[in-house]
Design a protein around this ligand. Structure first.
Ligand code: SF4
Ligand code: SF4
Length: 385
């Protein structure tokens, strides 16, 4: 995926199409126009709590604007004025300790070894590498596969793409993180960077201060090409699966989703797409939520319920972050369908046995992270009083 030249956006018409077509807010035309006016006038609006910053509205604005910035800009202002609940600091991936750095030391030894290997610079001569992003760094078991042979993995928590920072209104941290990541990645002598996560792909292609000197592509494209070239031989899995398309996968556009659907078809999967675009974490992005566990769990459980209602054999997610968030919630809903990351299904179809540690990871999450969610007080990450 490459940065595309976007035409200069035209003036906002106040038409409300953005909020009316929002997959989360459920507003009619009148309410949507009123919400746009309220947001512009700096007034209170339920949208400020309920928006998950998925940016779907930016895909429908007839004026080519990014209406989510209207909300995220208000969030930034709120963070300056009121700060955030202290627990939100756990999710600030540019600062340490955060929830991922708390989780890493508790991982099984084989996974800690993998993470240590990934932090080393790629060996000289490595032309194409995989950037694991933070989500694979806390689920390194996903990468224990011969399907990634010959593709060195390089990344560390310090090199998080920072997508959640910009989406939650933490603009200062987001731009510092983008500069840090850009400086590091641009210094690598590689010809292509593969990423397994749509959030990373979007952030690396649109939020870094400059374009990277090599193409950045989604891992699903490589897997599909390898299957079509006969380098990965797959069998028909013959399963019916519910598919949760993450907000970031939606954002990458129809061509990306077309490739994902082709990949699922190659594996012999019959797909029922569910409408809920959020694994749950987006429900915590608003500073009015500040990663409140109830907001996150309520959304995650809605997604799991939708998947269960399809009657499918399993729920497939495209993002390891979604896998983690939904796994955490699935411990509260034992009847939820079995969860798979897309990569695990490719492994299965290729005759491998994926390690499938996400339930153990979810238990670890509850032990290592949940107690910190009760932290009292407020923090002021963007300055302020
Ligand atoms: S941002 Fe776009 S879609 Fe939203 S009110 Fe303005 S013109 Fe309409
Ligand atoms: S960013 Fe997503 S949740 Fe927020 S208003 Fe736009 S479409 Fe709705």
């Amino acid at each position: 995926m490459q940065r595309s030249k976007t035409p200069e956006p035209a003036a906002c018409l106040g038409c409300g199409v953005c909020l009316q077509r929002c997959p989360v807010l459920d507003l009619d035309a009148l309410a949507a126009r009123q919400a746009v006016r309220d947001l512009d006038a700096g007034l209170a609006s339920p949208v400020l709590h309920d928006c998950i910053a998925c940016r779907a509205c930016s895909l429908v604005c007839p004026q080519g604007r990014d209406p989510s910035e209207r909300i995220i800009g208000r969030w930034q202002q709120l963070i300056l004025e009121r700060g955030l609940p202290a627990r939100a600091g756990l999710f600030m991936v540019s600062r340490f300790p955060n929830f991922r750095s708390r989780l890493l030391p508790a991982l099984p030894a084989d996974e800690r070894r993998l993470v240590a290997t990934w932090s080393r610079p790629p060996s000289e001569g490595a032309r194409e590498i995989l950037y694991p992003g933070c989500n694979w760094l806390t689920s390194p078991y996903l990468a224990a596969s011969s399907l990634l042979d010959g593709l060195p993995i390089h990344g560390a928590l310090e090199l998080c793409c920072g997508a959640t920072l910009s989406r939650s209104g933490l603009k200062g941290d987001a731009s510092r993180q983008a500069r840090r990541v850009h400086m590091h990645l641009a210094s690598l002598e590689i010809t292509r960077l593969w990423v397994p996560c749509a959030a990373c792909l979007h952030a690396l292609c649109t939020e870094l201060p400059d374009k990277l000197p090599f193409p950045v592509e989604h891992l699903s494209t490589r897997l599909l090409d390898q299957i079509d070239a006969g380098r990965i031989r797959t069998r028909n899995l013959g399963m019916e699966v519910a598919l949760q398309i993450s907000c970031n996968d939606h954002l990458l556009g129809p061509a990306h989703m077309e490739r994902v659907r082709e990949l699922l078809a190659r594996l012999g999967l019959r797909v029922r797409e569910i409408q809920e675009p959020c694994c749950g974490i987006g429900a915590g992005f608003s500073p009015l939520s500040g990663y409140h566990p109830i907001d996150i769990l309520r959304t995650s459980l809605r997604t799991l319920r939708q998947a269960r209602q399809t009657g499918a054999d399993a729920l497939v997610v495209l993002c390891a972050g979604c896998l983690q968030t939904l796994s955490v919630a699935s411990l509260l809903m034992p009847s939820s369908p079995e969860l798979y990351h897309l990569f695990e299904l490719v492994q299965l179809a290729a005759g491998e046995r994926p390690l499938r540690r996400h339930i153990g990871r979810a238990r670890l999450w509850w032990c290592c992270i949940a107690p910190h969610l009760l932290r009292p007080g407020r923090i002021f990450p963007e300055g302020g009083p």
